[in-house]
Design a binder for this molecule. Structure first.
Ligand SMILES: Nc1ncnc2c1ncn2[C@@H]1O[C@H](COP(=O)(O)OP(=O)(O)OP(=O)(O)O)[C@@H](O)[C@H]1O
Ligand SMILES: [Mg+2]
Length: 297
């Protein structure tokens, strides 16, 4: 760089900084294969490689049973018997510059990584809130375990803050799961996944069980939170049209393999793989009226 002063151009804009940030990897998977060692064995994930960039929403689409959840478990080191990761590497590129070999994590290091760096909203999570303890107690539990230095006061404030972020009245903190609607329970699960400010959130079908209106509201909220906090999202669903609206890039999975991975625009305009074309054409009513640009606005 020369010492001459130049007018602020696109390179100094916040938008450009955000763009560059998104080209920085935060999580990479290389040749990941995962098998369920049952009889006969199921090769659920086959040689999958992908890069998740900082702050991006990466959609993972594909029919039921193609291996989406299994891959998600692989990315968050949640594989346990009968599942075995038979090959591959997963690397987390921390904002502080540290590189973490996710597969090798164990014990305390694993506990410090999960939730803290990469959190997960599990498929069917809204039904996994503990029925006999309050929302507050469950949120506080995450904070007590991972942020033991927080004062009681600060912990309580953080719980209220978290509910507010996901659009639930903090007045509901003392409620039990059965006192909340499905949408609220799912929001609480998202709040829990956000509790420690993770750099990556993996969301496995976070809105599938909800009606369309609630689903839209929650998605909008996730998009806003992503803008505010800059976390990256792996968003898993079989609903490809939904991904076209919210994802920056989309990976299409079939029978354990990623058959196509591209920007949402490109995938919609020129799907390369026959299976992607099939997936897109299986939503005819929507595509009949669907204008990609209008929908994204
Ligand atoms: N515990 C298990 N034991 C044996 N096979 C399993 C187990 N869990 C999943 N599988 C198999 O692994 C494959 C991938 O399953 P996975 O749950 O990852 O698919 P998915 O894409 O998430 O499906 P869905 O959209 O229905 O959630 C399927 O063939 C499934 O039957
Ligand atoms: Mg699944």
């Amino acid at each position: 760089m020369s010492g001459t002063t130049t007018a602020p151009g696109p390179l100094s804009s916040a938008a450009h900084a955000a763009h560059v940030a998104r080209l920085t990897p935060v999580l990479t998977a290389r040749d990941v294969s995962i098998e369920y060692e049952v009889d006969p064995p199921v090769r659920a994930v086959r040689d999958v490689s992908l890069t998740l960039h900082r702050g991006e929403i990466l959609g993972l689409a594909g029919e039921s049973g193609c291996g989406k959840s299994t891959l998600a478990y692989g990315l968050d080191r949640l594989i346990r018997p009968p599942a075995v990761m038979t090959s591959g590497q997963v690397t987390f590129h921390d904002a502080d510059g540290t590189e973490t070999d996710v597969v090798a994590l164990d014990g305390d290091a694993l506990r410090a990584f999960r939730w803290d760096k990469v959190s997960m909203v599990f498929q069917g999570a809204m039904n996994s809130l503990n029925p006999v303890i309050s929302v507050r107690a469950q949120l506080e539990d995450v904070l007590t375990t991972h942020r033991p230095h927080l004062t009681k006061q600060r912990r309580r404030e953080r719980c209220a803050e978290l509910l507010q972020l996901v659009g639930v009245d903090p007045g509901r903190l003392d409620a039990f799961a059965h006192e909340l609607s499905g949408g609220m329970r799912q929001r609480v699960m998202i709040a829990m996944a956000m509790a420690l400010d993770p750099q990556v959130m993996i969301m496995d079908e976070p809105t599938t069980a909800l009606d369309v209106v609630v689903q839209r509201e929650i998605l909008r909220q996730i998009m806003r939170l992503r803008e505010t906090f800059g976390f990256a999202v792996v968003f898993i669903t079989h609903d490809l049209p939904l991904l076209l609206e919210i994802a920056d890039r989309i990976a299409v999975m079939r029978a354990g393999e990623i058959v196509e991975l591209d920007t949402a625009e490109q995938l919609y305009a020129e799907p390369q793989h026959e299976y992607t074309q099939q997936l897109l054409s299986s939503f005819p009513s929507l595509l009949g009226e669907f204008s990609y640009d209008e929908e994204r606005r």
